[in-house]
Design a protein around this ligand. Structure first.
Ligand code: AMP
Length: 280
């Protein structure tokens, strides 16, 4: 697997692949790769001739009091996993390379409306950071397709909208969430959990499954159901950030089940913030 740190090398490789008529798939990540990420690589590999992965802990998408400095960086282990899964190249830029003029004066991309609720409401500027770095990486890699996890449901919706709105000729593939045997969605942030918190963590997905069951049985008072779910999570030891039964297309909190629904959730175990979702 080729390891690339600079833009000239990256562009030369992409040009070479293009000239050979090869179809290019791209998987952007922040590293500390687990089976969920590797599932994206496998999906990318099935759909293209070449797979390139980026590993970049993007400072622009972290809030002032978030875990940017502590975010796990495990490049050697990541490259081993990527090699085993047949990735052709990994691009690992530095913040200096991505934001040479600094974050304050960086041009940014912001998708309206879809980021108004859920993580967008709790993490000001987060999705602007995501949309901006994904745009930059798309411009560098110019892939035919790009794979994103459904685990970050709101992020996936925002990227799809951005690609449509800005006429980017890239097919976005949403990949189902990879879970541990006990149901916990795999996440780099799971590594922050103590053994006790890790034992509690699957309650988040269990609560979403319970809510889905209630909705399928015809429960229509969404706000009461959300509150009951928060109470269940609190009893298990979580502090819920949000649990929102939402319209799957607009991601606006839903008032009736006329449109397809998705339940989006974020909750803290100690200082670790976990997110998950389920379509209904
Ligand atoms: P991250 O490194 O957390 O920014 O994630 C990089 C990509 O991997 C994103 O598209 C995530 O949605 C995806 N991803 C992370 N965890 C999972 C998972 N458990 N299942 C599927 N995709 C995931």
């Amino acid at each position: 697997m080729l390891m690339l740190q600079d833009i000239t090398q990256l562009r030369a490789l992409i040009r070479q692949w293009r000239q050979a008529g090869e179809r290019i798939a791209f998987v952007p990540t922040m590293g500390n790769l687990h089976q969920g990420h590797l599932q994206l690589v496998d999906t990318a590999k099935q759909r293209a001739d070449r797979v390139i992965v980026s590993i970049f802990v993007n400072p622009m998408q972290f809030g002032a009091h978030e875990d940017l400095d502590n975010y796990p960086r495990t490049l050697e282990q990541d490259c081993q996993g990527l090699t085993e899964h047949g990735a052709d190249a990994v691009f690992t830029p530095t913040p200096q390379l991505m934001y040479p003029r600094g974050l304050d004066v960086q041009t940014y991309v912001e998708v309206p409306l879809l980021g108004d609720y859920h993580c967008g409401a709790s993490r000001a500027g987060h999705f602007r950071g995501v949309s901006t770095i994904v745009t930059k990486l798309f411009n560098l890699v110019q892939p035919d397709i790009a794979c994103f996890g459904q685990k970050d449901y709101q992020q996936l919706a925002i990227i799809r909208q951005m690609v449509a709105d800005l006429s980017m000729p890239i097919e976005i593939i949403g990949v189902p969430t990879t879970r541990a045997d006990d149901g916990l969605a795999l996440s780099s942030r799971n590594g922050y959990l103590t053994a006790e918190q890790r034992a509690t963590a699957p309650a988040l997905y269990r609560t979403l499954l319970w809510m889905k069951q209630q909705l399928n049985q015809g429960i229509s008072d969404f706000r009461t159901l959300e509150q009951q779910a928060k109470d269940q999570l609190a009893a298990a030891g979580f502090k819920a950030d949000y649990i929102n039964i939402s319209n799957r297309q607009t991601l606006v909190p839903a008032t009736d089940s006329a449109a397809p629904l998705v339940i989006l959730a974020a909750a803290y175990l100690g200082t670790t913030r976990l997110i998950d979702n389920i379509e209904v």
